[in-house]
Design a protein around this ligand. Structure first.
Ligand code: ZN
Length: 125
């Protein structure tokens, strides 16, 4: 089962200010990662088969989907931890901030605090 998990992180700014925060992410098991990868491959190769019947567009859509399938499947398989958000006190404005993250984000990462758009870096504690 995919489980929502949290772990402590360090939120810092360029002036050396530092606070601690919490990273929220979803962790997948090895089996679920395989399942997600196969699903992505099936979706893209399915689209490749469907687009065979579209005149002219099939010259680039079919090879495009055939290539994208394994590429997306591999990146799904590697995405063990899917990032959701980071929360904590901003080291610059000292306001509580919830920063939404992209699924593929990796730490350390520079981003902006949600309260005042101060540049902050999120890093593993
Ligand atoms: Zn701030």
């Amino acid at each position: 089962m995919a489980t929502k998990q949290t772990r402590p992180i360090i939120i810092s700014n360029s002036e050396g200010g530092q606070t601690t925060g919490t990273l929220h992410y979803v962790a997948y098991t090895q089996k679920e990662l395989m399942g997600r990868a196969w699903k992505a491959l099936g979706l893209f190769w399915g689209l490749a088969i469907i687009t065979v019947f579209i005149p002219l567009a099939h010259f680039f859509l079919v090879p495009g989907f055939l290539i994208a399938g394994p590429v997306v499947a591999y990146s799904r398989y590697r995405a063990k931890d899917v990032m959701e958000s980071a929360s904590g006190q901003c080291p610059t404005c000292h306001e509580e901030s919830i920063i939404l993250l992209e699924a593929s984000d990796q730490l350390p990462k520079w981003t902006y605090c949600s309260a005042n758009n101060d540049p902050v870096q999120l890093a593993d504690a």
